[in-house]
Design a protein around this ligand. Structure first.
Ligand code: VGL
Ligand code: ZN
Length: 193
């Protein structure tokens, strides 16, 4: 059986506000875009599902500083900052998972209140290849939830970037995902499958 059988690509929160110039910019986030484009082509050409999660907050979301939260306002639904970057080459077919849409509730994991698990089951997906932003926030929580839900997970290390409020946060997050059962993989390894 191919390692890609029942596999899907999950791109977490690759949105303008998390890229350089955005409201909650992750350093070098734009550098993963060409890598993600290559992965999109690869999964798309094999007719494997591609899913994009997006942070999709109401204007006065509880995670924003003005509301007592810890982040600057970001990814307000419908805004430029919430859009996917122009440079991201979307495939013909994909699914969007909007998360943290409720004013009074934050959600880092793409599985939280989104129906993602049922969608994956419906698409007969067993293995997730995860990339996107941010390694130490939403990628981490998404990967840990995916493992908890019983999916096999590969984290694509050259296609994620972290916020790093503390300098080692990304590394610690990758270690936590790995300890929980995720495989860390380089995109070049996938492209050679
Ligand atoms: C995220 C901070 C706040 C993320 C979302 O997508 O990693 N980070 N909201
Ligand atoms: Zn957010």
């Amino acid at each position: 059986m191919s390692e890609l059988e029942r596999a899907a690509l999950l791109i977490v929160d690759l949105q303008n506000d998390f890229c350089p110039g955005g409201a909650l910019a992750v350093a070098d986030a734009d550098r993963i875009i060409p890598v993600v484009n290559g992965l999109v082509k690869f999964f798309g050409s094999r007719d494997l599902p591609i899913l994009l999660s997006r942070d999709w907050h109401p204007q006065k979301h509880c995670s924003f500083r003005g509301q007592g939260g810890s982040w600057p306002p970001h990814c307000i639904r419908g805004s430029m900052g919430a859009k996917f970057p122009e440079e991201l080459e979307l495939p013909e077919k994909y699914e969007i998972i909007s998360k943290a849409v409720e004013q009074e509730k934050d959600a880092y994991s793409a599985f939280q209140d989104t129906g993602l698990k049922d969608l994956l089951i419906e698409k007969d997906v067993q293995t997730l290849y995860v990339c996107g932003l941010a390694t130490d926030v939403c990628v981490k929580d998404t990967v840990l939830d995916a493992l908890r839900e019983g999916f096999s997970v590969y984290v694509i290390t050259d296609a994620v970037k972290g916020v790093n409020l503390s300098p080692n946060d990304s590394r610690t997050a990758l270690e936590a995902m790995s300890s929980a059962g995720a495989e860390l993989i380089d995109s070049l390894e996938i492209l050679s499958l």
